[in-house]
Structures are given as structure tokens and as C-alpha cells.
Design a protein around this ligand. Structure first.
Ligand code: SF4
Length: 94
């Protein structure tokens, strides 16, 4: 291989590595946005009442509000989440 070919190859490899890093960054940013937005409540049959004795304040994904009865948030579902709510993602606290 000539030096000229090696230089050209090195340049291409550097560009490819740079593009890969940019793509990985975009994917990570996209994943972050999706997580921040959360799933639509209807897509997981969210309701404001308990089901079969299970409710959001007993779920591992629930983020409580200011008080026990206050509306909180969910790590997976978007929008305000009632502590007495429920959805198909319900999972017991560990
Ligand atoms: S995953 Fe479902 S059950 Fe659990 S806190 Fe979120 S909305 Fe409530």
C-alpha cells in the first residue's frame, strides 16, 4: 500500500468514527425524549381507579406528588397520575 492510500484510508476511518459518534448521540437524545414524553395513558388502559386491589401508589413506576393523596407522575406513562390509578404496566414495588 502506498502512503497516499494509507493517508486516505485513515481519513475515511476518522470520518466514519465521527459519524458513528454523531449517530449514537442522536439515538441517545431520541431515547431521552421518548422517555421524558412517556406513553399515552390510553395505550396502557390507564384509569383513575384501582383494579384488582392494585393502584399506582403501590407500583414501582409511580412518582408520588407532594402528599400521599396528591396527583403524581409515572416513569412510563405521560400526564398526571392519580395515586389511586392503575394501568396495564402495573408492577409491585420491589
Ligand atoms: S405504570 Fe401504570 S400503574 Fe404504574 S404508576 Fe404508571 S400509570 Fe400507575
Amino acid at each position: 500500500m502506498s502512503n497516499e492510500f494509507n493517508e486516505s484510508r485513515r481519513g475515511l476511518l476518522k470520518k466514519a468514527a465521527g459519524l458513528t459518534a454523531v449517530a449514537a448521540g442522536l439515538v441517545a437524545a431520541g431515547a431521552g425524549n421518548a422517555q421524558a414524553a412517556g406513553m399515552a395513558p390510553a395505550s396502557v388502559q390507564y384509569q383513575t381507579k384501582p383494579k384488582d386491589g392494585h393502584q399506582c401508589d403501590g407500583c414501582a413506576l409511580y412518582v408520588p406528588g407532594a402528599t400521599a393523596k396528591a396527583v403524581g407522575k409515572c416513569k412510563a406513562v405521560s400526564g398526571p397520575i392519580a395515586p389511586t390509578g392503575w394501568c396495564t404496566l402495573w408492577a409491585p414495588k420491589g
